[in-house]
Design a protein around this ligand. Structure first.
Ligand code: TXA
Ligand code: MG
Length: 393
């Protein structure tokens, strides 16, 4: 089929659409593709022009490196070294073994590994750095495509920079319509949050750079060593004095919805403060969205927000509360739905920080949220409400 220039087509994954996608990719074009984590924006990793288009379509700073996705036949450190995607010569034997075991255990799957960059990897992939991030996705359609293209594909998440990652083809369309020719629709992503990114150190131990679908428990169960002082900062247990009541942005904001998002533990003082501000005469009855992740706080929320928002309260929830896998899968979709209702603000339950996919969920919510408020700073907290008419979209 012919594609109309400037149009973005969504096609279900089938042999014809995959063939068309492979043709576009080989011609230096971009195609959005499903993976088991989130949708990716793919371009041939060895083609600097295609890589330039990825940065442009996303509005991504050139300093933020891309992940390379490889086919199933590259299933060991040796394979990656032979194909010059990585350069294994500078790895210690411990680091080599750790990488090889990680690949054997968790590929294909939601795990991205950082390794010394091989000769075939252009500067545009690594943002000039000496390491490259590599992943082997388990999504059958993406694997089919990689086999047809016969080149590794660079694919960051298929959202514009600093926005929520897409977990459906329609999300990608919302993000990139008019900027890319084709979106392959492979249904909803199974994991729902981006892959775990791991750096292997020369002593064979690990550092988690981004929590994701392969959890700390998976890694420890398999005998990998992750010294506590090398856990991602988000995974460090918080000290008592600074226990967050609301979290966000001491980190660069990522994945942010347009509406201010507040992640809260049930604390009547904070809700009172917000309520007082909302009742200010200049505010018409506010529209508030609550994303309710926990069953143990729902009654509390309903009670607290009944008088604050009245009929303006909309409650969204995952198909199973309290279950980190379900919540990870549905999180980005819930954030998009909440944002599309155009409320003044979104509240979301503060999730647990440890265990299963909770660290990944907490990490994404921290980056998406508006403010971080510590209990001892409560008196300095002024809620900010969005005036969407004044925001640029
Ligand atoms: O699940 C995923 O990983 C998705 C799907 C599409 O594969 N991709 C994804 O890509 O999340 P992106 O570009 O949105 O996130 C890649 C992350 C960024 O935080 C980037 O800074 C980091 O990986 N990264 C890339 N290369 C790196 C490197 N050489 N060293 C350290 N971090 C790196
Ligand atoms: Mg991303």
């Amino acid at each position: 089929m012919a594609l109309v220039p400037g149009n973005t087509e969504i096609l279900a994954c089938n042999p014809d659409s995959l063939e068309l996608a492979a043709k576009l990719l080989r011609g230096g074009e971009l195609v959005a593709v499903p993976t088991e984590t989130v949708y990716g924006l793919a371009g041939v990793a060895t083609n600097p022009q295609a890589l330039g288009k990825i940065y442009a379509a996303k509005g991504r700073p050139l300093t933020n490196p891309l992940i390379i996705h490889v086919a199933l036949d590259l299933g060991s450190v040796n394979d990656l070294d032979q194909s010059k995607i990585i350069d294994a010569s500078s790895l210690s034997s411990q680091a080599y073994n750790t990488l090889d075991r990680l690949i054997g255990l968790f590929w294909p799957g939601p795990l991205t590994l950082i390794a010394p960059r091989g000769a075939r990897i252009p500067n545009e992939v690594t943002a000039g750095g000496s390491t490259v991030a590599i992943r082997q996705s388990s999504h059958p359609d993406f694997q089919h495509l990689l086999k047809q293209v016969r080149e590794p594909l660079a694919a960051p998440s298929a959202n514009r920079s600093n926005r929520i990652s897409p977990t459906t083809a329609n999300h990608v369309y919302e993000e990139l319509k008019g900027r890319i020719p084709l979106i392959l629709d492979g249904g909803s992503c199974q994991v729902g949050v981006e892959s775990t990114v791991i750096q292997t150190l020369q002593d064979g131990s690990l550092q988690i750079l981004r929590p994701g679908g392969i959890t700390q428990e998976h890694l420890i169960k398999e005998g990998f060593s992750i010294p506590t002082n090398r856990l991602a900062p988000d995974l460090q247990p918080p000290s008592k004095s600074t226990l967050p009541l609301m979290s966000p942005g001491q980190l660069p904001v990522h994945y942010a919805p347009e509406t201010p998002l507040y992640m809260l533990v049930p604390d009547a003082e904070i809700v009172k403060k917000i309520a007082a501000s909302l009742n200010h005469p200049s505010h018409t009855p506010p529209k508030i969205v609550l994303i309710s992740l926990r069953s143990d706080t729902l009654a509390w929320w309903e009670h607290q927000l009944k008088d604050v928002a009245g009929p303006g309260l909309v409650i969204l929830a995952p198909t199973r509360r309290d279950d980190s896998q379900t919540i990870a899968r549905e999180l980005f979709s819930l954030l998009r739905q909440a944002d599309q209702l155009a409320p003044q603000l979104i509240f979301i339950d503060h999730p647990p920080e440890q265990g299963d996919l909770w660290p990944a969920i907490f990490d994404r919510l921290k980056r998406a949220s508006k403010k971080i408020i510590y209990k001892n700073q409560l008196d300095r907290f002024t809620p900010t409400f969005s005036d969407r008419s004044r925001r640029k979209s």
